[in-house]
Design a protein around this ligand. Structure first.
Ligand SMILES: [Zn+2]
Length: 599
């Protein structure tokens, strides 16, 4: 959303806060998940992980959701952010719209922002106009009809041409310019990238001439650039829009606007090189395909993709440039924790096959079959290394040098070791030698590889669970409870110490702090424990119960100190300071008696 003024948190009195108060989480989530009432909660099949029995719960009173399977949880906004893969302000707007709460029009804060927004809006409008114009050219001019024949020759029928908005830029040199000039300032037209200025600066002309045009949309479906292919032998064969205020090629993936839903649903994406490839694959009924529209993938593109899935099949062209691009992209994808497979299409006759050619020649079925069999990237790399000359020691070293950087990037140690064995076997390299090389490079690695966080902690003890629940919900005495816990430092050293710390801060604050905000301050593992406790069926807590829980914690504290003192006494037979230690022991024993027996 352009120029949106929502903040990242639901501040009291903010629009987000109002939406949260008025929104019904059951109704909003119910639009995505079939929910059934179960006790005081609603349950259903978790949309974030595959399951057959419901472990996903929504709490209508606390207005939170939690999955006992995968651990995802939060409030209505975090649910929508996760489902729609959108930022917070968009989630607020979506929830507001679903609940019929009027959304205030976004306000720009400064005159510069207003100017920028106006400029962006005008640039998008120019692209919309140019798109309509290119489509008309393809349909209704003699030149356009020739272009159309060429497309049909490549197997693109009228339905596909319409579906992907394919158009034609005429050869005249100022055909589009004449359309746009009456409506927009020259400066803006040049900024849009569809119009160029000659070197003298005096004359404007159409950037794209005698070319097939492919509109490139941003993630939300707005056309922000064009990719154009020469009709004849004109060079360059492909010419794309330059970088503009609304388009940066490293930020956009072709077909992402339509692919994001199938990608999310199937939890993997197919990555191809060009728009013709993406169109060919999408036409074959495989919607989860995107194109990088350049020889290699850029980091922002990977981050964009990573919002929808962490699994990708790379299917770049089999030529040298394509191989190099595949290998560069692999490096980046692995660094971003993607699970990568590589599809290298077999040649057709003596022609190397890109996805477009392969599907035209062999059909969608054959492509889908290969897609399913696509090997993990390490197998692909080993196959590449085996093409090198392995008959000499030098050759083997080269092959090893080629493979090693990728193997190092495997985050999982066991997996890394498994691959080392395979590489040793396949390249006939002495395994200890290879392992030594791997270990050496592992210690030299700049950044330590992240290990997936252990999400499932030890279940918290019953006393901790009860106290956490009281701290979160016992309106009558939670402040008193927080003070007692804080004063006696009774929660220190508990498994759930961090949950207590966050709840105590919240309990002592003058304003009520919702559970989701407390959860947001916790690590994933702790938030999970916290939410599970909130969803437990439990009876109303009483102050008596709270006190008995506090007593138990106090006893635990004393017992721990007592054990420590005892240990010091035993480890110190010389008797130095023994008197003090024994006195302390006596004192602790007395306290323990006063704290009562567990019961
Ligand atoms: Zn789940």
């Amino acid at each position: 959303m352009v120029g949106c003024n929502f903040k990242g948190m639901a501040e009291t009195g903010s629009f987000a806060d109002r939406v949260k108060q008025q929104a019904d989480i059951v109704r909003v989530i119910g639009e995505y998940v079939r929910l059934k009432k179960s006790g005081q909660n609603f349950t259903g099949l978790c949309p974030f992980h595959g399951e057959k029995t419901p472990s996903f719960a929504v709490h209508p009173v606390k207005q939170i959701f939690h999955c006992f399977g995968c651990g995802k949880g939060g409030d209505v906004f975090s649910f929508v952010m996760e489902m729609e893969k959108c930022p917070f302000p968009d989630a607020v707007r979506i929830v507001a719209e679903k609940c019929g709460i009027p959304v205030p029009s976004p306000k720009e804060r400064t005159p510069e922002e207003r100017k920028e927004n106006q400029q962006r809006a005008a640039l998008i409008e120019i692209h919309r106009g140019a798109q309509a114009f290119f489509v008309r050219q393809l349909e209704s001019t003699a030149e356009g009809r020739a272009a159309r024949a060429y497309l049909e020759d490549r197997g693109l029928n009228a339905e596909t041409i319409a579906r992907f908005g394919i158009g034609y830029a005429a050869s005249g040199g100022d055909v589009l310019l004449r359309q746009l000039k009456p409506k927009y300032a020259e400066k803006l037209l040049v900024e849009s990238g569809v119009i160029s200025r000659d070197q003298s600066g005096a004359r404007l002309f159409d950037r794209f001439r005698r070319r097939i045009t492919f509109p490139i949309a941003n993630e939300s479906g707005k056309i922000v650039a064009f990719g154009c292919r020469a009709l004849g032998d004109d060079l360059p064969k492909y010419l794309n829009s330059p970088e503009t205020p609304i388009y940066s090629k490293s930020n956009v993936l072709y077909h992402m606007d339509r692919a994001k839903e199938p990608i999310r649903r199937q939890d993997f994406a197919i990555l191809v090189e060009g728009y013709m490839d993406a169109i060919a694959v999408a036409r074959a009924g495989i919607g989860n395909v995107v194109a990088s529209c350049g020889t290699s993938l850029a980091e922002p593109q990977i981050k964009l993709l990573g919002r929808f899935t962490k699994r990708v099949i790379v299917n770049y062209d089999p030529d040298v440039a394509g191989q190099a691009a595949t290998e560069r992209s692999l490096t980046l994808l692995l660094e971003h924790d993607f699970e990568v497979r590589v599809l290298a299409l077999p040649a057709i006759g003596d022609q190397k096959a890109d996805p477009d050619l392969f599907i035209r020649e062999k059909g969608a079925e054959a492509y889908i079959k290969l897609l399913k069999e696509a090997p993990p990237y390490v197998d692909y790399l080993i196959a590449r290394a085996r093409q090198m000359d392995l008959s000499t020691g030098e050759g083997k070293q080269r092959a090893l040098n080629f493979l090693m950087p990728y193997v190092q990037r495997i985050p999982n140690r066991l997996l890394r070791s498994e691959w080392a064995t395979r590489i040793a076997q396949q390249l006939r390299i002495d395994e200890p030698v290879l392992r030594a090389a791997l270990n050496k490079s592992a210690t030299e690695r700049r950044s330590e590889v992240k290990v997936a966080p252990q999400l499932v902690g030890k279940p918290a003890k019953q006393i901790e669970r009860r106290l956490i629940r009281m701290l979160a919900e016992a309106e009558g005495f939670k402040r008193e409870l927080a003070q007692r816990l804080q004063h006696g430092r009774l929660y220190e050293g508990l498994e759930t110490e961090k949950v207590f710390a966050a709840l105590i801060v919240a309990g002592l604050s003058d304003e009520p702090i919702p559970a989701t905000e407390i959860g947001a301050q916790l690590d994933e593992r702790e938030r999970r424990v916290f939410f599970e406790i909130l969803f437990e069926d439990a009876q109303e807590p009483t102050w008596e119960e709270a006190e008995s829980c506090l007593d138990a914690l106090r006893r635990r504290q004393i017992e721990q100190e007592l054990a420590k003192v005892q240990k010091t006494i035993e480890a110190n037979p010389s008797g130095a300071g023994l008197r003090e230690l024994l006195e302390r022991k006596q004192e602790l024993m007395k306290q323990l008696t006063a704290a009562g027996q567990p019961g």
